[in-house]
Write a protein that binds this ligand. Sequence first.
Ligand SMILES: Nc1ncnc2c1ncn2[C@@H]1O[C@H](COP(=O)(O)OP(=O)(O)OP(=O)(O)O)[C@@H](O)[C@H]1O
Ligand SMILES: [Mg+2]
Length: 375
Amino acid sequence: MIKFENVTKRYGRKEILHSISLNIPKGKIVSIIGRSGCGKTTMLKMINRLVPITSGHILVNEKNILNMNPVDLRRNIGYVIQQIGLFPHMTVHKNLELVLALHQYPKRERKERIDEIMDKMGLTPDLLNHYPIELSGGQQQRIGVARALITDPEVILMDEPFSALDPLTRIALQDDLKHLQNKLQKTIVFVTHDMDEAIKISDYICLMREGHIEEYDTTETMLRHPATPFVENFIGKHRIWNSPEFIKAKDIMRPSVNTCYTQDSLERCLKKVQNTSYPYIIVIDPKTKKFRGFLDINSLQNKKAEQATASDIMYCPPSILHVEDTLTTVLHLIKESPIHYMVVLNDQETVAGVITQRNLLKALGEQYTTETEVM
Ligand SMILES: Nc1ncnc2c1ncn2[C@@H]1O[C@H](COP(=O)(O)OP(=O)(O)OP(=O)(O)O)[C@@H](O)[C@H]1O
Ligand SMILES: [Mg+2]
């Protein structure tokens, strides 16, 4: 959707951006993050041609922006900045209407469009008659976002839009943006210097260092496998543990499991259990290898003399985990579980591993007790 091809920016003799190449996919939120002065705002402003490129190209929808009329280009790109930039002598209504007028929306459609966007942003219509100064910082910035969205552009550029707000309002606006994005699926380039904010809202993160891209990856990959020590330091060790949605059952489970087949005799199952240090065995289908149930050592010992097979006495737990289930789900289900372990299945319902309370505790504990990555 937005493509940087070897983009360089110089002010006088000083090179600010060094041959940046970057592909921002349609419908995703990409955060550009980095220390002050590393070139984030410059990158953003080059997209809507507020800052000229020294060399290289930027393509929007596969068209070189230099071959586009800047007015047409900006019509398709909303822009939100930290200072909000509402006109203080105009009511909220006038501020919003101005954008529609600039984009030549017919007068009769404007009212409807304004009401619609106010509603989308969770703003009550009575605010329309107020002047910006009469609104809270959070309300003003919501109007700022509404103004960027009002012409329904495909792309939205946001330059530290929430950084002047108090922490609670900031969190509320981040949540709003995420909800809104689920519905609208815009392509959003979001500049921030707050890693928590970037992790929370972005699909991809572009970490800048002195005019270079240090790493550009999905948020999850950057958290799991930071590409360089600089990235690791920037995001902070073990940061992934602050984001339980990125920690999956597959990261915590013990992959080697002890299995038997549905038609195995109880005696055979018991032998297998006794050969391991675990008091249970997993029963699988001999043909499909799909999970069927558990047997525990106590019931095997009690019934070993019976002429029965594993499938006759196996126990099928009420809830089962999937490899992609998040830590939150794991914790919730294991808390509810009548037994102290849970099986984790692959897509094909074959067994990927087991999570016991013990290895859950071990995985959680490692973030506090070791310096190494917990995986
Ligand atoms: N008009 C200009 N003339 C000369 N140098 C400039 C100009 N605009 C920006 N710069 C320089 O370019 C570099 C990058 O600036 P930019 O505003 O893109 O940084 P930033 O990453 O957005 O920083 P911050 O986090 O502080 O907003 C800085 O060193 C800045 O001083
Ligand atoms: Mg900036």
